[in-house]
Design a protein around this ligand. Sequence first.
Ligand SMILES: *[C@@H]1O[C@H](CO)[C@@H](O)[C@H](O)[C@H]1NC(C)=O
Length: 239
Amino acid sequence: MGDGVLTKVIFFSWFFIQVLLSRNSSLETQIRRETEAAIRHLRSEAGACSCSRNAANECRECLLRGVTERLRDAGYNSAVCNSKWTTSSSIPKAGEHTYIDVVEAADGTKGPVRVVIEVCFRAEFEMARASEEYRRLVYRLPEVFVGKPEKLRGVIKTVCAAAKKCMEDNKMHMAPWRKSKYMQAKWLTPCEREPPRAALSPTEAAFSANRHRKPQASMLTFDLLDKLPGLHWPAVRVL
Ligand SMILES: *[C@@H]1O[C@H](CO)[C@@H](O)[C@H](O)[C@H]1NC(C)=O
């Protein structure tokens, strides 16, 4: 593939991503506003995460909890979500990922609406040995992603297709965790939603400890919690 073709691929990829990202529902817009304010505060000197001093993973961990709490305080059903998947015919490699989602009841007859929040979105696509064109594309991705799963899937597919073209162009092998299906699995496979950590009552603490031993029991446990008295967080179901 000549340079001109690659440049066109990158150009159209960016164009398509912009179209995808420019259409926001009011729920997405509100949640983005709240998320960005929370991150600004958490990252600031006065904030809880001291990201300039902490290691990147500690910072991320802190942002995940902090943003989730702030969204809950603002009335959203947000949770830290743990996804875990195995290798399958479509997903080239097993893995796991932790991020935030919000699940809200929609108006009318539609089911609940899910909004995915990734606090380090751009970093997920960065590659050390990428071509300049790919790097420029990734540079223009939002640092924080807030949006519905369909939008996220579209962006992932587009960026991964561009990555594939770039790698082919440079005759480089694309690692399995760079492939679209793997990237989609991070946020779009079923996830287990964590209950809030703050102010655990003894029942919740026991539940929380138990949960680490039996992660598969999530749906059952959530149903059970629904019926337990004295819990101050709304019961949620894994989608
Ligand atoms: C939708 O959100 C994006 C942020 O991802 C923003 O850049 C864009 O301007 C918004 N679109 C509209 C029409 O407000």
